[in-house]
Each structure stands twice: as C-alpha cells, then as structure tokens.
Design a protein around this ligand. Structure first.
Ligand code: KIV
Ligand code: ZN
Length: 509
C-alpha cells in the first residue's frame, strides 16, 4: 500500500538560528543547507532576509547553490519584507515565500495594536503580493493555538482565496496540548471550505516539552507538512525535533501509516554538524541522536541486546547513521558483555581466562565509571600473558615525598615461596625496582621506561612499558594499573619473567 507523504520543512537556519548564541556565518549556513539537501528534506527555510544583510546574503547563496529542496524565506506581512524575501529566494529552482502575522487577540492588542479586520486585510494583501512574484506562498497566522477559532478559520479561508499554497498553524509559544492541538487541525479541516486546496502545516515550540507530541497529534488529524529543526534547536526552548518526528513516523508505521522522504542514515551526521557549527551540544539522553540513545549499560539489557537486539532496541542505530549500538562496559556489565567486546577486539579467552579477566575488570570498573577498549586491552594483556610467571607481585608498599627518602617494600611469590625485601632509591619507582632486584637477584639493565595514560581523567589506567637488556637481547615488559607505581612494578616483573624464559631457552640459568 502506497503511504501518504509528510512534507518535512526544516527551519534550522531560520527559527533554529534564533536560538540564543547560535548565530552562524553565511558559509556555515550554506554548509548546513547542503547537508539538509543530502538528508533530503523537502523544504529549507533558509532565513529571514529582511532581518539582516547577512541573512539576506545567506538566503541568496543557498537559493543559488543548493539543489533539491524548495528554498524558502520568511517575511512579515509587510511590503518591504516580501520584496526583500523575493530578492533572496528568486534564484532557487523551487522558491517559496513564507509570510506571517499574529492573529491571536493577545498579539493584536498587545503587539500589533490593530483590529481583527485590519490584520485580516494585511494577511490577504501580503499573500497577494507574494503570489504576484512567487507561485509557492506559505501563510502563518502566528499564535494560531491562542487565536479565536472562528477568526482563525476566516483568516485561513481568505488567505487561501488570495493564493496561499500552504497554511501553517504555529503554536508559537508552546502553549498547546496534544489532543487539543490535534482537534484544532481537525476543526480547521472541517470548518474552512477551501482547505483542500492547500497543504496544511504545523509549527510547534517546545516551551512545555510537547512540541513533538503536538506535531504528531496534528499529523494524526490531517496535517501534512511538519516544520521542525535539527536537534530541536530554536527560539527559547526550541522547535519540534526533525529526527524525532521522522523516526516516530518511521518506527510506528503501524500507527501513522505515513512516510517521509528523509534519508534517515544522514540524521546523525546532520545532528553533529548543526551542533558543532551552532556550538549547542546535544544532551546525551536526547532521543535518536544523543550519545546514549543506543548505549546499553545495565547487565540485563546488554545480555538481551547481545542475544536479540529487538529485546531492548526499537530502532536500528545504523538507520539513523550511527555505526552500531554501544555496549557500555561498567561495573554493572556481565561476563557475556565482556566476552563479546573482547571477541570484537580479537581476544578469545578460555573460561578460566575470562573469569580472571572479569574479576580484574570489575576491580577497575569500581574505580572508573566506564571502561574503554584501551582499558580492556591493557587488562587482558596484563592478565592473560603467555609467559610462565616465575615471579609474581603479591604486595607493594612505597613511601615518598618532599624531604623523605623514597623506600619500597615488595613481597614476591617465587614458585611456592614468598620473599619480602625493602630498598631505597632515587624515587618510588627506582626504590621498587631495587627491592625487586634484591628478591629476584637478576640485575637486568633497564634500557627504556615509558608510561602512558591509556584513558583520560585522573583515574585513568596507566600502562608502563619497560625494555630490559640482557647481553644482546632485549625483552619488553608491560604492566597496567590505576596506580602507576604498581604498573611500573608489574611491567618490570613481567620483563624479568620473560628474561628467565629466554635464559632457560638458551640453556643458561
Ligand atoms: O513560531 C512562530 O510562530 C514562527 C512563525 C514565524 C511561523 O516561527
Ligand atoms: Zn517559531
């Protein structure tokens, strides 16, 4: 069955750009417009040409350069605005003029200081003027959701008569509630005789967090154009989020029986571009595009998703352009999630190795909120090395500080015996290495010592690498811990264990 299409009207560059602090350069607007074309939106509202020279220039450039969508400019219902708007959009293959005027009594009395009759006449003559230049004209009775319904019907009927092709119903201040807003759309359809000649559109604001819900109710009641912005940016609390409406319609086709032309795989790229250029970060828990939108953290959810992802995922991350769902390894993760991630990293552990690694993983996860791949590699390499361990560090204590002689005490298991030694040195690592030398009685030449934080933050896992030289051979020892002295001791002992194996292979002791 062919599904009816919802027209996606993107106003990121106009209403979205009205977000406090979000101003964009002309070049940035053009870049976003190209990406919106790749996303395959139907209409790009490129700006408000009369509002500034920059806006005029940006709308002009987008009209000339961006192919595919209708390019629309905004104009108040006044002559000079409409002229300026046409000057900017006229280059587009498919231009549109969008003109508006407030129609609620609150706006009429409080801002316009005009009668209903005067405003109706202004709306009609604005549409007529726009229509004389451009065949595609959109009209918005601003603050429609707070406008007297009968007056609203009259204005809509008259502006359609004057040539409007799209009638947009704005919930300008985000005051509407879903079922009443849906009913308003149904009532407009039922009470405006010529409404069938136009596309009925909605434009919602999110002041009470209901922009998307109001939009979806409007669609359910017959609206066929949705005005929205990427990431829901816009004046005050923002506008309807494009990605949420598009994915709701797509995911719940069983309910909406509608479609959009949006290439959903471009959603994530578009979201990040807009966020970066506007300097407005996307909250991690933002629906569809937040960094946590496809991240599973609880052990039960991770287990479910790994067995069958529909258990805890209603959308596929790749459908919105995110590579894959993320299993976030935390102290709440189970063995299943750990084994899965290690497998992806190329480590296929036996049951016993996995148990050891899991214990170590939990110990680190208790200290760190999230375990990254680099942490895992360091843990597994440290835990599952193939070298037989002649020496194993059981205990380490160091003391150092300004005005103190650095000392270290180590307790090392050698096969079945435990040996303890203490030493002082030039620093805690030097003292530790000297104490280890006393136990192992192996004086290896320390050729290189390096330390790196494998993840960021003060609680990062440190990985120490040492190169020990024995005659003409060099071995590399590695150790990882959130305590860098412990990581240093482990790396040194790992190197010594390797030296022991080498010596045994060469036949000397
Ligand atoms: O919110 C609003 O009413 C608007 C109009 C210009 C459509 O942005
Ligand atoms: Zn708006």
């Amino acid at each position: 069955m062919e599904r009816e299409k919802i027209v996606i009207f993107d106003t990121t560059l106009r209403d979205g750009e009205q977000s406090p602090g979000a101003s964009l350069t002309t070049q940035e607007k053009v870049e976003i417009a190209h990406q919106l074309a790749r996303l395959n939106v139907d209409v790009i509202e490129a700006g408000f040409p009369i509002s500034s020279r920059d806006d005029f220039e940006a709308v002009g450039r987008i009209s000339q350069e961006v192919q595919g969508p209708i390019i629309c400019g905004l104009a108040r219902a006044v002559e000079k605005d409409i002229d300026r708007c046409w000057e900017a959009v006229k280059y587009a293959a498919k231009p549109r003029i969008h003109t508006f005027i407030g129609t609620s009594d609150i706006h009429l009395k409080g801002q316009l200081r005009k009668t209903r009759d005067e405003v109706l006449k202004m709306a009609v003559s604005a549409v007529q003027q726009a229509k004389s230049m451009c065949k595609d004209v959109e009209f918005s009775p601003m603050d429609a959701s707070r406008t007297d319904p009968q007056y609203l019907y009259d204005v809509i009927e008259a502006t359609i008569e004057a040539g409007a092709t799209v009638i947009n119903i704005p919930d300008t201040v985000g005051y509407a509630v879903p079922d009443r807003f849906g009913k308003l759309i149904g009532d407009i359809k039922g009470n405006v005789p010529n409404i069938g000649q136009v596309v009925l559109s909605v434009h919602c604001h999110d002041d009470l967090g209901m922009a998307v819900a109001n939009t979806l109710f409007a669609i359910k009641n017959g609206a066929r154009q949705v005005e929205c912005t990427i990431n829901g940016v816009g004046e005050r609390a923002g506008n309807t989020a494009l990605e949420e409406v598009v994915m709701a319609v797509r995911t719940r086709q069983d309910y909406f029986h509608l479609t959009t032309g949006v290439k959903t795989r471009e959603i994530f790229t578009t979201s990040r571009l807009v966020s970066r250029l506007m300097g407005i970060s996307v909250s991690p828990n933002k629906a569809v595009v937040g960094s946590n939108a496809f991240a599973h953290s609880s052990g039960i959810h991770q287990d479910g998703v790994l067995k069958e992802r529909s258990t805890f995922e209603i959308m596929r991350p790749e459908d919105v352009g995110i590579k894959e769902s993320q299993i976030v390894l935390t102290a709440r993760s189970g063995r299943h999630a750990l084994r899965h991630r290690l497998g992806e990293l190329g480590y296929h552990l036996s049951g016993e190795q996995l148990n050891k690694t899991y214990e170590r993983f939990l110990a680190v996860a208790d200290k760190k909120k999230e375990i990254f791949d680099e942490d895992l590699i360091a843990i597994v390499e440290d835990e599952i090395h193939e070298v037989p361990e002649k020496y194993h560090l059981e205990y380490l204590h160091t003391s150092s500080g300004t005005g103190t002689v650095p000392t270290a005490t180590v307790r090392i298991r050698i096969d079945d015996e435990v040996v303890q030694e203490a030493a002082w040195g030039d620093g805690p690592v030097d003292a530790t290495y000297k104490a280890i030398n006393k136990v192992t009685k192996i004086e290896a030449q320390l050729d290189e010592y390096s330390i790196k934080a494998v993840t960021s933050g003060t609680e990062a896992l440190g990985e120490v690498t040492v190169k020990l030289k024995d005659n003409d051979r060099t071995v590399v020892g590695r150790g990882a811990s959130t305590d860098i002295i412990e990581a240093s001791a482990k790396a040194y002992i790992d190197g010594i264990n390797k030296l022991v194996v080498r010596r045994r292979l060469r036949g000397d002791q």
